[in-house]
Design a protein around this ligand. Sequence first.
Ligand SMILES: Nc1ncnc2c1ncn2[C@@H]1O[C@H](COP(=O)(O)OP(=O)(O)O)[C@@H](O)[C@H]1O
Ligand SMILES: [Mg+2]
Length: 261
Amino acid sequence: MSNVPTFVIDGLKASIEDKEILKGIQLEMKGGEVHAIMGPNGTGKSTLASALMGHPKYEVTGGSVTLDGEDVLEMGVDERARAGLFLAMQYPSEIPGVTNADFLRSAINARREEGNEISLIKFIRQMEKKMKELDMNPEFAHRYLNEGFSGGEKKRNEILQMMLIEPKIVILDEIDSGLDIDALKIVAAGVNAMRSEERGFLIITHYQRLLDYIKPDYVHVMMQGRIVKSGGPELAEKLEAEGYDWIKEELGIVDETVEQL
Ligand SMILES: Nc1ncnc2c1ncn2[C@@H]1O[C@H](COP(=O)(O)OP(=O)(O)O)[C@@H](O)[C@H]1O
Ligand SMILES: [Mg+2]
């Protein structure tokens, strides 16, 4: 039996406060693949991540999103998570009063059938193992979720969640921001260890640097709320060497942001 997920975004449009940000996103990915979405600031990358997870602030106005043929847009946020979607946010929220360990255990159990919850012992063993892999201080298990975490600690914690939840489709929004090079390597190793046929990755990043450590199969460039160019890893290398201006010239784009339209 094949457990290779298929994730299809077809003509996705989304607005915020009646302003259209996403103008028809087209992207198909399968388990085993790593897709990178690159682009300057303000081009709609985080909006895409939020719309895919069902953030209530973003109104989807057109197109479809399916995971293994199931209509994702029909699902609530928790149903999307249960179906196997996971988003590591650019700016993770702080949740005082909920410990990291409690949050993680609930998130794991939400993906499991009732009556098949993970035992406390097994959970703690797994959590401690993954925290060690991510070089996290064990005390982070008992801290309130993200409260007082530094930027880099939040990012590591997002990867810890991903490792324990074992999603089918992982969306990482600027997971590299705020990380020094050692932390970046640890986070990248965590992601690479999770790469398998059973899981697809959508890696959103402003900088090419992350892609030196997580090798993408496909690279897409976003401007003005659309994917304007796609290619292989060589596209990311060209962007590192030459920046984004040549794409703008090639496509006759003066301002790449969504704002100025
Ligand atoms: N919550 C929001 N409220 C108002 N405008 C928003 C909000 N989120 C995004 N936008 C606007 O949408 C555009 C794209 O933003 P975003 O998706 O964050 O871009 P990126 O992640 O590529 O930097 C920007 O013009 C931004 O101001
Ligand atoms: Mg962003």
